[in-house]
Design a protein around this ligand. Structure first.
Ligand code: FES
Length: 349
């Protein structure tokens, strides 16, 4: 076993190749080559400037819902222009440093950093002694099973990725459906329009959260209930009907100034609740996105990009508020493929 690691004396010393003869760069000897390189580099910087301007123009002009090859056209353009500009600037700077900046060779003297021969021999002796005593060469079963266990160490990390939750595709619908009652999220009682005064805001849920089957068991429970709660939570507000400015197609989504919106912020999904009844604005406490509930849940401030999804309401034969359908727009935070998912939802409805 002693010959597993070679003694330092057996290694070949590496010859010092010395410095190569200094090569002049074309730009150092030919002024035309130098000015050509200068033009190339400034061309790259100029193009980078144009791309930066393109970035600003794209940000202002491209519709957020527009798609390109299935991707958000805005994200694609912003990424391409900014990425291209940074790449050109990087390449330009490297070319400038390599071809035009001063080209002096500098010699820095270094002292040997190797340990003494005695130290290295002592370390090798200890190491070989350890290898001998571990009997790793004579116990292939142990060695191979240890290698197998070390290889398997990565498996739990892969399995744990499953805890990150389901992929977003196909998961954007909620449990709301036509005719489902809107109930108070604390008491579980159905809500009548007469329960709400002008200026009121009530946190609510779909009635299915409280429904039981023939055995008295809740229809939804465990993980299913939690997922449904997290996506279907809503706020119901009442304002004066003349204050509401519904966009085209939403004229019948409210009842006498009573409107229902998703409680999940479209930025990164915090629950919203800070309501200012005079202005009809609701504020998300996480990053201060503000939505105008009188104006279709539009974003009026903050980092959210999409309006709060609105749930169309009606009243059932007993006078309780019910949903007309699931949310026509996707609830929850935005992500790049959202436009594609929304299109599929639009096709289905
Ligand atoms: S999660 Fe609402 S503003 Fe960020």
């Amino acid at each position: 076993m002693t010959d597993l690691i070679e003694s330092p004396d057996a290694s070949e010393p590496i010859k010092n190749p010395g410095l190569q003869e200094h090569q002049e760069r074309p730009q150092d000897v030919d002024p035309k080559a130098a000015s050509r390189t200068e033009r190339q580099i400034s061309g790259m910087f100029g193009l980078a400037t144009l791309l930066m301007l393109g970035f600003c123009v794209a940000y202002v002009t491209i519709d957020k819902d527009q798609t390109f090859l299935g991707w958000s056209a805005m994200n694609f353009t912003l990424g391409a222009t900014l990425g291209g500009a940074l790449l050109l600037m990087g390449v330009g700077i490297i070319q400038w440093a390599k071809k035009l900046m001063g080209d002096h060779e500098i010699i820095e003297m270094r002292h040997p950093v190797a340990s003494t021969t005695e130290d290295r021999e002592a370390v090798l002796k200890d190491l070989n002694q350890g290898i001998k005593e571990s009997a790793i060469g004579r116990r292939p079963l142990i060695r191979n099973s240890l290698l197998g266990a070390m290889g398997a160490l990565g498996l739990p990390a892969v399995i744990l990725l499953g805890d990150l939750g389901p992929l977003p595709h196909g998961q954007r619908n909620t449990v709301w459906k036509k005719g489902m009652r809107v109930v108070n999220d604390v008491s579980g009682t159905p809500i009548k329009p007469s329960d709400l005064e002008v200026g009121a805001l009530v946190n609510a849920e779909p009635a299915i959260m409280y429904e039981t089957d023939e055995h008295g068991e809740h229809v939804l429970h465990g993980k299913e209930l939690l997922q449904a709660k997290s996506k279907a939570a809503v706020i119901v507000v009442r304002m004066r009907p003349e204050d509401v400015t519904p966009s085209k197609g939403r004229e019948n989504w409210g009842i006498d100034g009573i409107l229902c919106y998703s409680k999940i912020c479209t930025h990164v999904g915090c629950p919203i609740s800070l309501y200012e009844q005079q202005t009809h604005h609701v504020l998300c406490p996480c990053h201060q996105s503000t939505f105008d509930l009188a104006d279709n849940g539009k974003v009026i401030f903050g980092p959210a990009h999409r309006a709060l999804p609105q749930l169309p309401l009606a009243v059932d034969s007993e006078g309780y508020l019910i949903a007309v359908s699931d949310f026509p727009h996707i609830v929850g935070p935005s992500y790049p493929e959202l436009a594609r998912d929304q299109k599929k939802l639009d096709k289905k409805s």
